[in-house]
Write a protein that binds this ligand. Sequence first.
Ligand code: GDP
Ligand code: MG
Length: 598
Amino acid sequence: ARQDYIRNFSIIAHIDHGKSTLADRLIESTGMLTKREMEQQVLDSMDLEKERGITIKLKAVRLIYQAQDGHEYTFNLIDTPGHVDFSYEVSRSMAACEGALLVVDATQGVEAQTLANVYLALDEDLEILPILNKIDLPSQRCDEVVQEIEDIIGLPAADAPRVSAKTGLNIDQVLEAIVRDIPAPNGDEDAPLKALIFDSNYDSYKGVICYVRIFDGQVKVGDTIQMMNTKKSFEVVEVGVNANGHIPLDQLRAGDVGYITASIKEVRDAQVGDTITLKNRPTDKPLKGYKKVSPMVYCGIYPAEGEEYTEIRDALEKLKVNDAALDFEAETSAALGFGFRCGFLGLLHMEIIQERLEREFDLNLITTTPSVIYHVMTTDHELLEIQNPSNLPDPSEIEYMEEPIVRAEIMTPTDYVGAIMELCQNRRGVFIDMQYLEETRAQITYDLPLNEVIYDFFDALKSKTRGYASFDYDLKGYQQSDLVKMDILINQQVVDAFSLIVHRDKAYERGRKICERLTDAIPRHQFAVPIQAAIGSKIIARETIRALRKDVLSKCYGGDISRKKKLLEKQKEGKKRMRSIGNVDIPQEAFLSVLKYD
Ligand code: GDP
Ligand code: MG
């Protein structure tokens, strides 16, 4: 049957283990795209992604493979994002597949995201094919890594292909293993349409492009489709597959992976995880697993001096069209004026959006201290969800507060176990478990308050383990906690953009550090500037930025004219990212410095 010659699979790996490089080799060796047509890293198309070395948006590509059995096979390779912030998208792209290639760097072995991805793949009942990569490197230790895969993951790996995605060595073994070991799809072409949206993005000509896996039935141009969870209907304009660009086809059928366009205006109307069916012949049940993605981390985004509020709104609207997880609404800050409260999946998502706003839209922004969502039970027994510390009710009206807790898995060489436990303990972590995976590697499990994870936890972990530890987390639930709102006063004025919610035991230390940092980040003025941290009316920390001495300025006069010019230019450059609050100039770095913990 037709479907016997289709293989749908994705590639999963810990970051940097070679997923993109292997994808490139598969694309190249199936001859779907010629070398010339193929830019380095076809799948990672966004510039930002290239620089960060991570795949943010997943896509599918169709390959044609002439197998040793003499048949021509259609491979649909579905790329998945590689970061915990995007784990829902990973799970939906896996749901579109029958199998997954598990790439393990033979010099590094199994790491946190290797395992996290394997668990996701097992949840979707995928056939998993381990592949050992980077065997061209002298430091490869294939035999040990095979043992690790068998012991830690429980997959037979003795016969796993040992390849170099870089040089192309043994890639043919991977291609044959895909044909041999990954099951063919077996949908019912005559049943009502049942298609999974595993990705969508916005194209200014075609509207939203839905990347789909057809499980049952067929879809063609002119059909009226319906999104089963959002209930919206659209008329199909184009269907096709992704090979070298979009290739329009007459129809897509059960087993196929391809795209559908239907003049859809926003990705919100074609959400990842939703099921597409035909309006006049619907399937009885949607595919399982649909979840509305919701933000976990919030921050305020405000214009730097001289920037336009409306330009930020236009830019956010454009990004939102293509990002169902990005949330924003207008808010006002006493210190910063008009701006936006934005919600993100996690800190990486937040950084990516900020960077895109600054680079693609050329905006200068001030971002306020990020916050998680707190649950607040008022004395009137009303449950509030608070994601902006400024909206916290007066302490006298609060019965109790709860904060989100994540379960974190950290994989590390055993040398760093002590340092990691100290770090987690410092961040109010609760030790759950530790297992030795082999003599030199351990997996440590902690429950951590998300509010402690969002302050440079990744950076701290990296620096304490020289980059050797890896980290993955899942939201576990909410827990009652002794939390207080801390305000920062600059020149006697509360700057709401700096306000944050902290655990009472941590308040003094955090307050002191923030004051010290602001003292470094804010330039000296003609007058002394006091910086204070306060809980309610109680000052818990204080620093002072001393006044500028007059003769510092006069040094620039008279002498070297080019030096004076440089200084002025530097000041102008700095000005762009300043906000004056009261009569104090606060540069953008000051807002960022609050994020740093240690
Ligand atoms: P991803 O994060 O899993 O997509 O990893 P990449 O494919 O981007 O690869 C990460 C780094 O490892 C890049 O610098 C690649 O050039 C390198 N790399 C990938 N495969 C191999 C390999 O087989 N041998 C060697 N020596 N380097 C490799
Ligand atoms: Mg990659």
